[in-house]
Structures are given as structure tokens and as C-alpha cells.
Design a protein around this ligand. Structure first.
Ligand SMILES: [Zn+2]
Ligand SMILES: [Zn+2]
Length: 297
């Protein structure tokens, strides 16, 4: 998330989002601005990897991921400020939730670190009984995902850096074909796929640590079945560069970015929003999404 070119790609993707009349403009503004803040954030992370069991086979768990808490709290404050500064173009329900959350964080009545702990437990698939998230779902019924959104948005730079460091420490080669569709670093399911290169090498984007890794061309990224007759998909008019891939075995779907014939670069967190109409089509066909977006919404 750290380079100038990343910022350039985000800005050009935002332009495309703005030109799509059927996309909610306030949601585009919210995610676009947040992505820019995330991109501007890197280079200052202090991460402690000492407690992570590197020898654990085959993967670590979201529970092993630590954050640079100072950076996390500073970024969440910046994101909340940015939302309130641009309140005219932001989703009103999110603005209201942010006003409430900002108020209690200021009075130290809400621990963002505890909210983060509950979210990683949720990602790890453990029994979930987090009181902070449940309380805030009830507190902000019009934007029940507001707190998870803020927490994951501010955690993203740390998670991405830890994911990369773990991959390096464990010798995980992102270019090597992984037999399982789950993230080789943290075990989470991917939220988007992407085809790259002349041969259409297939890459998966992790929904938790954002690690990108190569997977098999014909295999479900959820249940790993590789029978071609169970795996189908579709495209939609007006959605160039995107395809939905479905699995009859586990009844899930995932969207694939394929910009190889288009003059543009991928930025999966926003391309996911851009291709929202395909989610509606997949849901109409009765398929369940493999993983939430990286925005927890
Ligand atoms: Zn991961
Ligand atoms: Zn499947």
C-alpha cells in the first residue's frame, strides 16, 4: 500500500467508480478516501513478530497477527476525521455512527484494541461472543458494520505488513501454485481473484491479511474441488474486466478481475465495490459469497 503508484491507481479507480451511475456514490467516496489514507500510512509501522509461531504448519491464524497499536489508533482517528470532514458526501448512517464512536473513544469508554481482538477471533472462526462488536451493532443499527469497518480499515497496513513478513519468514512463494484456495499465510478465504500475464495466471487476494498468492487455474478457491463440470461462471454486460466464478459443489461464488485486455491496473479492494452489480446477480442465482469484502461490509 505504500507507493506513489498505488495512490495513482486508487485515484484512477475512484474516477471510474464516480463515473458509474448505478454505484452508491457515498459508499464509493467512503471506501476511496479510506484506501487513500491507508496508502499514505505506511513506512512507520513498528511490528512485533516475536510471538508468532513460525513453525506452525501449515499456516498461522488471524489470532497470531499483531498490530502496531499506536499506528492503528492514529489511523482510525484520521479515518474518522476524514469521514466527518466530508460528511456531505459520506453515507449518513456511517457519519452518525462515527460521531458516536468518536465520542466514546475520546472518553475512553470504547477500547478499539478490544474491538480488534474480537474481529480477529471472528476471522479465525472461533466461537464468537464479542461484547464490544455486539454492543455497537445494536448501538448503530443503521450502520451495524461501522465499527468493524473502521477497525479493519485501520488494521489493514499492519496486517498486510505482518502477512508479507510471515510469508518471507516461512518461505512462502506467492508465485508458486498453491493447491488450496485459502491464504497460505493466515488460512483465510480470498475475497477476489485476479488473472495476470499472458497465460492468465490465477491469483487470490486474502480477505484478512491481503496477501496475494497464485492458485490453480481450475479449482474452487473455497472447497478446492477441481472437477471442471462443477465449476462455471458468468460475465455481465456493462461489467468489462470482471467475471463471476461459481462452484456447484459448495454453492459459493467469487469475482475475478481480468484487466489483461483493458488499459488499466487492478486495485482489488475498490474493484470489489466497482463490480457490485455482479454480487447482486450471483445472489439472485442463489450463490453465497466466499468471503466478505476487506471492508467488512
Ligand atoms: Zn491471509
Ligand atoms: Zn467449491
Amino acid at each position: 500500500m505504500e507507493t506513489l503508484s498505488q495512490t495513482r491507481i486508487i485515484l484512477s479507480t475512484m474516477e471510474r467508480l464516480n463515473s458509474r451511475a448505478h454505484l452508491p456514490a457515498d459508499l464509493s467516496a467512503l471506501l476511496g478516501k479510506t484506501a487513500l489514507l491507508q496508502a499514505k500510512n505506511t513506512g512507520v509501522l513498528e511490528l512485533d513478530l516475536s510471538g508468532i509461531p513460525l513453525s506452525q504448519v501449515p499456516v498461522c491464524s488471524p489470532l497470531d497477527f499483531s498490530l502496531d497499536i499506536k499506528n492503528f489508533e492514529a489511523l482510525i482517528a484520521r479515518i474518522m476525521e476524514a469521514i466527518l470532514e466530508a460528511r456531505d458526501i459520506m453515507p449518513p448512517s456511517v457519519v452518525n455512527a462515527v460521531v458516536q464512536i468518536q465520542g466514546v473513544v475520546g472518553k475512553k469508554e470504547l477500547s478499539l484494541e478490544q474491538a480488534w481482538n474480537e474481529i480477529r477471533i471472528r476471522f479465525a472462526g472461533d466461537d464468537f461472543s464479542g461484547t464490544v462488536l455486539k454492543t455497537w451493532e445494536a448501538q448503530t443499527p443503521e450502520a451495524p458494520s461501522a465499527l468493524p469497518f473502521l477497525v479493519m480499515a485501520a488494521a489493514a497496513p499492519s496486517l498486510q505488513a505482518v502477512g508479507r513478513a510471515l510469508a518471507e519468514a516461512k518461505g512462502i512463494d506467492p508465485e508458486q501454485i498453491h493447491t488450496s484456495g485459502a491464504c497460505p499465510v493466515c488460512g483465510s478465504p480470498p475475497y477476489m481473484l485476479e488473472l495476470r500475464g499472458k497465460e492468465g495466471q490465477r491469483f487470490a487476494h486474502c480477505s484478512f491479511c491481503r496477501f496475494t498468492y497464485r492458485i490453480r487455474r481450475v479449482a474452487c478457491a473455497c472447497c478446492n474441488i477441481d472437477k471442471a463440470d462443477q465449476l462455471t461462471g458468468f460475465t455481465a454486460e456493462g461489467e468489462p474486466g470482471f467475471r463471476v466464478e461459481t462452484c456447484a459443489e459448495c454453492n459459493t461464488y467469487i469475482k475475478t478481475i481480468d484487466f489483461r485486455e483493458l488499459d488499466r491496473e487492478a486495485f482489488a479492494p475498490l474493484n470489489d465495490l466497482e463490480s457490485l452489480p455482479l454480487d447482486m446477480l450471483a445472489a439472485n442465482h442463489g450463490y453465497t459469497r466466499m468471503a466478505l469484502s476487506v471492508w467488512c461490509i
